[in-house]
Each structure stands twice: as structure tokens, then as C-alpha cells.
Design a protein around this ligand. Structure first.
Ligand SMILES: Cc1ncc(C[n+]2csc(CCOP(=O)(O)OP(=O)(O)O)c2C)c(N)n1
Ligand SMILES: [Mg+2]
Length: 804
């Protein structure tokens, strides 16, 4: 693929450099042919779906020219030309993704896990350690939800501000060269209607970070024209108020046509200088962009674009205009450009064919092996005809995929179910090996597989002096955070009210004064970009703690946590990590929006993150210490009602590390096991006292972390003793209590040790009502726990425990 050389300043002033222009033309044509061929591949059945970057070539070539080593992109599915131009995507890799090639070497962005047009560079070495990001051109890993790239874009730009202004970070040259890096965002015109676009745009203006956002405006979002999307039909008109002036900080806003090569070059050169040198954000509204093949392979744009519009799109196709421009300026003749076009087409085809060959030959080999193994076994089987026909049908599959191969083998094994092991053992062991390979291809890397995995962090016990003072819980956290700020310059905390007052419960009290505003920082009220700020900073080697003030407000951020952070490591097959700690507080306190415990919702949407539910601040601090040694993203939910409860101050506050996925037995007992977490621990401990007086001796287990969950299967050991279990929490019925029941009864096979039905006790299905009575009648109380346990014991022995 042709590399684009950088314009030197002097050359640029001459405006046109023949070699450069023709190399840009060649690259643009290669990218265009890749788009045209990509669509055909889908229609021929060689790929499932395609979405392409045709029509955006010129603007992306201009953007790439000013994209330096250390810079980051956060964009969307139209950016193939940009990725080609920065040398981080080859046409062969581009087609490998279209076909879903599962090899990291062939498809480094996602190893076939994402549909085409989802770009990413690999920030990590195979062992999970960081590469030198300052020496690379970087792209964060794309996601499909429109505008979903915006929150992390803010964080990628924010990291430059920290690296420039925080002197303690100067040594981290692997991630930054004095904060000179720009974060480049791209977004479609229609996607700017999303809330997170506006939130990120506003936050970048407030923070004054080097973020350049390009809007590729083709006038449509699939079939819907701009008048439905944007006030005044123009995002730059709408956002005029961003423009900085002599008195006020703000943005630079540029509007430029997507087919005007010279104007694009000027716009991007200026934008890069302003953002890089001055740390001022820039919005570039690229207008008059076309979409020659329509939105994607599902549907055609003739359905919604007028004849006039389609004609205009042909005339103003940026490549047609570029061609006219090159001829007019006598850079090349039409014949010379035709020649380049033909060469570009031939090159794109050669690379496409090579990608197909590599992708399909792997599967064809597997198919051949499977066919010959099935035929071998058919020769010895009673069911040879049936097996032969499976093998024949498989061998005739046009464009076979893995599913064809594996499902045939599985069906052959069904047929062989009554036949002796000896005749089918080769087929079976081949199948086992393939399933292991497929597990790696399609299901690996949900969590860290490196030495920094939380599972590999050595635990250190908490220690106390004889005279350990009793302090408020929040002071234990404060001592923990003080130590983290002192010992790790990469650690920083931010969120609403986290800075000056040290969070609403004062666990950071005094720490901004001690460590400065770059370490402990207030933010505006903008949950999703607080998380994005953390993701972006973590992608660039920092160790941020982003705070969501109350668990009930996490819904605003849930999309980004789920679609971006939780699946980042999985969707890049270990190519990127963002070890962000999300700190929040929840469970019972007061009313609908300060007492929530929607833990099931989090467990279901955040696989890929760790979810820690400490019962007190000592446990929480031990978790934070562990997390800071690991490279996994985590959510820690502290107990809202625990900050003023007294705890003993640990002697080794900076050293002790709580192992994750290890429940703790809070009370030993013989009659029934209660499995719980968080604020419910104290309710159940109080209930245990009452139950003991009734002659019922319960065992209480605090699971401590829900993801991971009891990795050693210790809970079933308790049930082997008590033969009864109750899963109790404050979530809705069937929420996290159901999750725990599945983990223990099914996965740990507690079923075989139960003498009573496994039971759950949760809060009411509605949100908790206000005030203490609201809490009492909404959340499980001591009386609820006592009566639930008693009723279970009554069923066992009605004489000893007569009905209440
Ligand atoms: C949150 C979300 N809603 C809907 C979609 C489906 N969708 C994919 S692309 C698209 C239109 C985007 O238009 P625009 O932002 O103008 O980008 P373009 O494709 O025109 O470049 C829609 C609605 C999505 N991906 N994400
Ligand atoms: Mg659009």
C-alpha cells in the first residue's frame, strides 16, 4: 500500500507537490475500490454485512497528514481511508475483518470479533504489557452505537492535559511526549444528535483539551435527512457559540467541503496546530460529503434520495472533484489518472484475494480434516450411509464456514452414540481440539489473561496494632487514597464534588490540597463523560478512579460502561485495556434515588468488568489496593450508610490486598447458610442474634465480589454442612439473588446437598420509598430475614419451630 509522506512546511507553502498529490490520489482510489469490492463480496455471500468509507476519502487523507505518533483516534465505521493513510490498516487486513478472520495476525483490530469498519490498533504486547504508544499512531477500539466514541475521546484528550501539566508524569514517555498528543474524533452528522456528543463537546470546551472532532456530513443518517436531526440543519450553525474569542476560551470551529482538497488540507493543518500547541479543542464540520453506495449493504439509497440528490452526489463525489482538480492544475492528464486508477483497482483486488485465500484456506483445511475423519469412521460404523452423506454434503459446501464443519461433526457424533469408543475416538479428539481452538477464537480475553489479572495478584492480610484507633469508615478510605496518591503518580481521582470537598462523604477530604488539582479533581455533572474521561485516560497508561456520585445515577453511564469499557479487552482480543476503577456508593439509605441496589442489571451488562460489593470501608480499601495492582476495569460499590460507622484503622493501610472472588464467612453456624453482600451483611448479622435466641444457628457468607464470584467454590462447602441456603440482597426479586443462586446451586452443584428448597430474599420490586418507614417496607429488614429463615426451619421441623 502506498504510504503518504508528510508535507514539509516549505513544500506546503508552494501549495501543490505533484508527487504528494498523486500519491494521495492513488491511496484514495485504492480505498474507493476496497469499498466497491467490499459491497460485492457481501452480495456474493462471502461476508455477512458491509459498511464502507466511500465518499469520505479526501477529508480523511487530510486528517491523516497531521496525525502524529502518540496521537489517538476515536471514530466510527467510515474511517478506512484514514486508517490506511496512517499506515495502521492494510487492504488485506480490511478484507480479513469483512470475512471475520479470527487470527490476530490477519485481523489485528478485533480478530474477527467485530463487523467490518471497526478499527483499532494494538496497544498491548502479547503478554499484556504496554507497547510504546508515543512511537505509534493509535486508534482506540471502535464500537457501533452512534456517538459512543465521544466519551472516551474526551478522556484521550484529557490525558494529554495531564501529561503536559502534571510534573509527576514526566517520566512516562512511553505514553506521552509532554502532552503534545491530539485526540482525533470522527462522527456522522446524524449521530451528533446523541446526548453524549453534546456532553463530550461541552466538557472538552470546559477542560480545554486537545480534541479535534470531525463531523462527516453527508446530509443523512441512513435514510433520514438533516432537517430531522439538527436545529438549523447544521451542526456548525448550531454550535457557533463554541467559538473562542479574545475574552473567552472555547473552540475553533471550521467548516470545510469534503471534496475541496486544498481547503481540507488547510483546515486540518490549522486544527492540528491549534489543538497540539494551545490545547484548544477544534470542531471541523466537513460538509457536502457523499455516500456513493448508500448507508450499508442492507438497502439501497435510491429509496430515499431524490434523482437530483443522486446526480449531485455523482458530480460532487470527492474523487471526481479531486480528479478534475488534478487535471485543471495540470498535475496529471486524464490518461495518467486512469492508469493510477487501474493500478489501484488491481492492487485492491490482489489484496482482497489474498485475504480471502488466507481466510478460506484455514477453514477449508478444517473441513478436509473433518470430512476425512467422518469418512474413516463411516467405513467402520453400522451407520455408514448416514455418515457418508454427512461427509459428502459437507465437502460440497460453497464458501464453508466453521459452523458447517463443527455442526456436521457434532451430528456425526450423535449418530455414533451407540457405537464403540474405539471407532470414534479420532473424530472425538479432533472435535475436542477444535472446540478448544474455537473457545480461544470466539470467547477468550473477556478478562485479563496477563500477569496483571486480578486473579494473580497476591493477597496480603490486613494487620492491626494493639492500640488501633476506631475511626469513621470514611477515614479508612481516606488513608487508603492518600497512600495511593503518594505512591503511584499515575493514580488520579475525579468526579462530581471529589475535588475541593473531597467527595460528598469526604473520603478524599484534604487530598486535593495535598496533591493538587491534577490528582483529585471536580467535574461537572456528566456521568457518561466522567466514565469516558476515565476510559480515555486509562487507555493512555494512567490509573484513573472515576466517581459516580450515587449508584442510582450509574444508568446515565451504563451504555459506555457496557458497550465500551466492559467489552474492550474482549473485542480487541487482548489488544487494548483500560484499567479504570469506577467508584460509587449504593444500597440502603434514602428513597428512590439514594438507596438503589440494581446489582442484577450491572451483573448482566458488565461482564468483562469486576464488580466489588464491600460490606465496609476496610474491605473496600483492600479491594482498591488489589485493583491498583491489576489491569482490569472494576466497579466498586461502597455502602452508602457505612461512612460514619466505626472501623479499626488498619496498620498496613497501603499494603493489604483483598483477594477478589473469595467469600468470607462472617459467622459460623450449622442450620442454614445465608449468602449475601454489601449493606445486607449487617442486617443479617443482627438477624443471626435473634435467630440464635430461637435456637437457629445460621452461617453468614459475605461474597465480597460478584464478578468474580467465589472462584474456589467455597459456598458449597458451607451448604454441605447446613444443607440449606438463602440468598439475600437488596436488589429486585430475581436480580442478583437469582444470579448467586445459579452460581451456587447449578455451577457449584449445591443442589445435591440441599434438604430444603433453595430460597431468595430480596427487596420489593419497586424502588425504595422515602424515609425510614419507606426503607423498612421496601428493603429486607431484620424481621424479614428472621421470619424467612424461621419459616424455612418450620418446614423442616414444625414441632420444634411452630408457625409464628
Ligand atoms: C445508538 C444507535 N442507534 C442506532 C444505530 C443504527 N445506526 C447505525 S448507523 C446509523 C446512522 C448514522 O448516521 P450518521 O451519524 O450520519 O453517519 P453516516 O452513516 O451517515 O456516516 C444508525 C441509525 C446505532 N448504530 N447506534
Ligand atoms: Mg450521515
Amino acid at each position: 500500500m502506498t504510504k503518504v509522506a508528510t508535507f514539509s512546511k516549505n513544500k506546503r507553502n508552494k501549495v501543490l507537490d505533484k508527487e504528494q498529490l498523486l500519491s494521495d490520489f492513488r491511496l484514495a482510489m485504492e480505498s474507493r475500490h476496497a469499498s466497491l469490492m467490499g459491497r460485492k463480496e457481501v452480495f456474493m455471500g462471502k461476508a455477512k454485512f458491509g459498511i464502507f468509507g466511500d465518499g469520505k476519502e479526501l477529508a480523511q487523507i487530510a486528517m491523516a497528514r497531521y496525525f502524529n505518533n502518540g496521537d489517538f483516534r476515536a471514530g466510527y465505521y467510515r474511517d478506512q481511508t484514514f486508517m490506511f493513510a496512517i499506515g495502521q490498516l492494510t487492504i488485506r487486513e480490511y478484507f480479513a475483518q469483512l470475512y471475520a478472520h479470527t487470527s490476530v495476525e490477519a485481523e489485528p483490530a478485533s480478530a474477527g470479533r467485530l463487523m467490518n469498519g471497526h478499527f483499532a490498533t494494538r496497544s498491548l504486547n502479547d503478554d499484556g504489557t504496554w507497547k510504546n504508544l508515543s512511537e505509534m499512531k493509535n486508534s482506540s477500539a471502535d464500537i457501533s452505537p452512534t456517538a459512543g466514541q465521544m466519551p472516551k475521546l474526551l478522556g484521550l484528550a484529557y490525558a494529554s492535559k495531564l501529561y503536559r501539566e502534571n510534573q509527576g508524569l514526566k517520566e512516562f514517555t512511553q505514553f506521552s511526549n509532554g502532552g503534545n498528543e491530539v485526540a482525533w474524533g470522527t462522527i456522522g452528522n446524524a449521530s451528533t444528535s446523541e446526548g453524549m456528543f453534546f456532553e463530550a463537546i461541552n466538557a472538552a470546551g470546559v477542560l480545554q483539551v486537545p480534541m479535534i472532532v470531525s463531523v462527516w456530513d453527508d446530509g443523512y443518517g441512513i435514510s433520514v435527512p438533516n432537517e430531522y436531526h439538527t436545529t438549523k440543519g447544521s451542526i456548525s450553525e448550531l454550535l457557533k457559540g463554541l467559538q473562542r474569542n479574545d475574552d473567552q476560551k472555547g473552540y475553533e470551529v471550521f467548516v470545510v467541503k469534503g471534496w475541496d482538497y486544498e481547503a481540507l488540507d488547510r483546515a486540518y493543518e490549522n486544527a492540528a496546530r491549534i489543538a497540539r500547541e494551545e490545547h484548544v479543542p477544534v470542531l471541523i464540520h466537513v460538509v457536502e460529503v457523499t455516500q456513493p453506495q448508500g448507508h450499508s449493504t442492507s438497502g439501497s439509497h435510491e429509496r430515499y434520495k431524490s434523482k437530483e440528490r443522486l446526480e449531485w452526489e455523482q458530480e460532487y463525489d470527492c474523487l471526481a472533484q479531486f480528479r478534475k482538480f488534478l487535471i485543471k492544475k495540470e498535475i496529471a492528464t486524464a490518461e495518467e489518472l486512469d492508469q493510477i486508477d487501474q493500478e489501484a483497482k488491481a492492487f485492491a483486488k490482489k489484496e482482497k484475494d489474498a485475504a480471502w485465500q488466507l481466510f478460506s484456506s484455514e477453514i477449508k483445511n478444517e473441513l478436509k480434516e473433518a470430512v476425512s475423519l467422518i469418512k474413516e469412521v463411516a467405513a467402520k460404523s453400522q451407520q455408514s450411509q448416514l455418515l457418508e452423506s454427512i461427509a459428502d454434503e459437507l465437502s460440497k459446501t460453497l464458501n464453508p464456514i466453521r459452523k458447517d464443519v463443527i455442526s456436521s461433526v457434532r451430528r456425526a457424533l450423535w449418530i455414533l452414540r451407540t457405537e464403540p469408543e474405539s471407532i470414534k475416538s479420532d473424530l472425538k479428539s479432533w472435535y475436542t481440539i477444535q472446540q478448544e481452538l474455537n473457545e480461544d477464537r470466539y470467547s477468550s480475553h473477556l478478562y485479563s489473561q496477563s500477569e496483571f489479572s486480578s486473579a494473580k495478584i497476591e493477597a496480603v492480610d490486613v494487620e492491626y496494632d494493639d492500640e488501633a484507633p476506631l475511626v469513621d469508615g470514611r477515614e479508612v478510605l481516606q488513608a487508603c487514597f492518600d497512600n495511593l496518591l503518594e505512591t503511584d503518580p499515575r493514580f488520579l481521582a475525579f468526579g462530581e464534588d471529589v475535588g475541593k470537598i473531597g467527595d460528598v462523604n469526604q473520603a478524599f477530604a484534604g487530598l486535593q490540597a495535598k496533591y493538587g488539582e491534577h490528582r483529585v479533581t471536580d467535574t461537572s455533572i456528566r456521568e457518561v463523560t466522567i466514565i469516558g474521561q476515565g476510559i480515555g485516560a486509562a487507555l493512555r497508561g494512567l490509573r484513573p478512579m472515576a466517581e459516580i456520585q450515587y449508584l442510582d445515577y450509574i444508568h446515565y453511564a451504563l451504555m459506555t460502561l457496557s458497550d465500551d469499557l466492559a467489552c474492550l479487552h474482549y473485542r480487541t482480543k487482548g489488544g487494548q485495556k483500560a484499567p479504570l476503577i469506577v467508584r460509587t456508593r449504593g444500597h440502603r439509605l434514602e428513597g428512590v434515588w439514594h438507596a438503589g441496589s440494581p446489582i442484577g442489571m450491572l451483573l448482566h451488562s458488565l461482564r468483562g468488568m469486576l464488580i466489588c460489593v464491600p460490606r465496609n470501608m476496610t474491605q473496600a480499601a483492600g479491594m482498591y489496593n488489589t485493583l491498583m495492582h491489576s489491569d482490569e476495569p472494576a466497579l466498586v460499590i461502597e455502602c452508602l450508610n457505612g461512612y460514619r460507622l466505626k472501623e479499626k484503622m488498619p496498620a498496613n493501610i497501603g499494603e493489604y490486598r483483598l483477594p477478589l472472588g473469595k467469600p468470607e464467612v462472617l459467622r459460623e453456624g450449622n442450620d442454614l447458610t445465608i449468602v449475601t453482600y454489601g449493606s445486607m451483611c449487617r442486617i443479617i448479622e443482627d438477624a443471626a442474634v435473634e435467630l440464635a435466641q430461637m435456637g437457629i444457628d445460621i452461617e453468614i457468607i459475605d461474597v465480597q465480589t460478584l464478578l468474580p464470584f467465589d472462584v474456589d467454590h467455597s459456598i458449597v462447602e458451607s451448604i454441605k454442612k447446613t444443607n440449606r441456603v438463602l440468598f439475600a440482597d437488596e436488589d429486585v426479586p430475581g436480580g442478583a439473588s437469582a444470579y448467586m443462586m445459579q452460581k451456587v446451586v447449578e455451577e457449584q452443584k449445591a443442589y445435591y446437598h440441599l434438604d430444603s428448597e433453595p430460597a431468595t430474599l430480596a427487596a420489593k420490586a419497586h424502588r425504595p420509598a422515602y424515609s425510614s418507614d419507606g426503607d423498612y417496607f421496601s428493603k429486607p429488614s431484620v424481621e424479614d430475614v428472621v421470619e424467612k429463615v424461621y419459616s424455612m426451619m418450620h418446614e423442616v421441623n414444625p414441632n420444634k419451630f411452630p408457625a409464628i
